[in-house]
Design a binder for this molecule. Structure first.
Ligand SMILES: Nc1ncnc2c1ncn2[C@@H]1O[C@H](COP(=O)(O)OP(=O)(O)OP(=O)(O)O)[C@@H](O)[C@H]1O
Length: 328
């Protein structure tokens, strides 16, 4: 019998009230009934353009943001209903790594204090025991021991991200939601941080939800990839299938927008229309991708949001046209 999922997300929804933004009574549907599981030790890459709802979803998964409806079960705990001590117990098991660690690090704390703070707050270790845990994590995250007495502002972006990761992992969580952990970094540094996250996954058997806005970043870290568009999960499947045989036209668009080392392929890519920022969605009715979809439309594309249907082993796609074109 296979192990139960480490993360189980069921019909998670987040609607934000936006008085004045739309007509009276309308809401911004940031996340619309999203479901997926992540197995222990698995990395699920979550991609989509800016505004597609990835951060909102990631925050709901670990309980940093209350859901409008639906559930998130992490390490057997129903996140959406946790309060007080139970919520603290969850945060020992599930942590987030943010895009900009600098904004989440107190500038008046040394690196030692920043990494050790969760140990103190959770009453896990003090004194020599805490110091040993801090040094081990600093070392594992590729920071020199001399970093401990310095302040976050003294470090480069990549080093700051290492500090943020050390702080998130010092509690030895099982699950890490990494929200665009490399998108603020120089390309040359991105690979180093991705490799670090991979090494830490091996070391601690971590389960990751790895959020990024383009498919290139998650390519080498993900076992499976999920694609979001305007709050909806439009495709999810094994990474090799998503890259080799994407089924949703939006996933293809995202893949086409990944820079290529091949000059001919790069020229074709440059000629493609740029993906714009995903506009917010105000109402239901029809497929959310219909307005940008290059496929010939079916009547259903204008009347019904397609459900996620199986297109192959562990491969689900929400597209009326893809469903019609080549069923698995
Ligand atoms: N607290 C909030 N109040 C109102 N609207 C919000 C709030 N947080 C997010 N949104 C809106 O929800 C939608 C999804 O935002 P979200 O940040 O989750 O997207 P994203 O895919 O992570 O994009 P990005 O990569 O730019 O962060 C956006 O339209 C955003 O403006």
């Amino acid at each position: 019998m296979s192990a139960p999922p480490m993360v189980q997300v069921g019909d998670l929804r987040k609607h934000f009230s936006q008085p004045g933004l739309f007509r009276r009574g309308q809401v911004l549907r940031a996340v619309q009934d999203v479901s997926f599981d992540i197995a222990p030790g698995e990395t699920l890459g979550l991609v989509g353009e800016s505004g597609s709802g990835k951060s909102t979803l990631g925050r709901m998964v670990v309980g940093l943001l209350p859901a409008t409806s639906g559930s998130s079960v992490v390490a057997g705990m129903e996140v959406t209903r946790l309060k007080g001590q139970a919520r603290r117990a969850l945060w020992r098991r599930a942590q987030m790594v943010f895009q900009d660690p600098y904004s989440s690090l107190n500038p008046r704390m040394t690196v030692r204090e920043a990494i050790g703070e969760p140990l103190r707050n959770f009453g896990i270790a003090r004194g020599a025991e805490a110091e040993a845990a801090i040094r081990r994590m600093t070392d594992l995250c590729g920071l020199p021991a001399s970093a401990l007495d310095r302040y976050p502002r003294e470090f480069s972006g990549g080093q700051r991200q290492r500090i943020g990761i050390a702080r998130a992992l010092v509690l030895r969580p099982d699950v890490v939601v990494a929200d665009e952990p490399v998108s603020a970094l120089d390309v040359s540094i991105q690979a180093q941080i991705i490799n670090l996250l991979q090494d830490l996954r091996q070391e601690f058997g971590l389960t990751y939800l790895f959020i990024a806005h383009d498919l290139a970043v998650v390519r080498h870290v993900s076992d499976r990839v999920a694609v979001m568009y305007r709050g909806h999960l439009v495709e999810i499947g094994p990474a090799e299938r998503i890259y080799a045989a994407p089924r949703h036209p939006y996933t293809r668009l995202l893949l086409d927008s990944v820079p290529s080392p091949d000059p001919a392929a790069e020229a074709r890519r440059q000629a493609l229309p740029r993906p714009e920022e995903t506009p917010v969605q105000s109402t239901g009715g029809g497929c959310v991708f219909a307005a940008r979809c290059p496929l010939p439309k079916l009547a259903a594309c204008f009347t019904q949001q397609p459900p996620l249907l199986r297109q192959g082993p562990m491969h689900l796609v929400a597209c009326h046209a893809a469903e019609k074109a080549s069923p698995a």
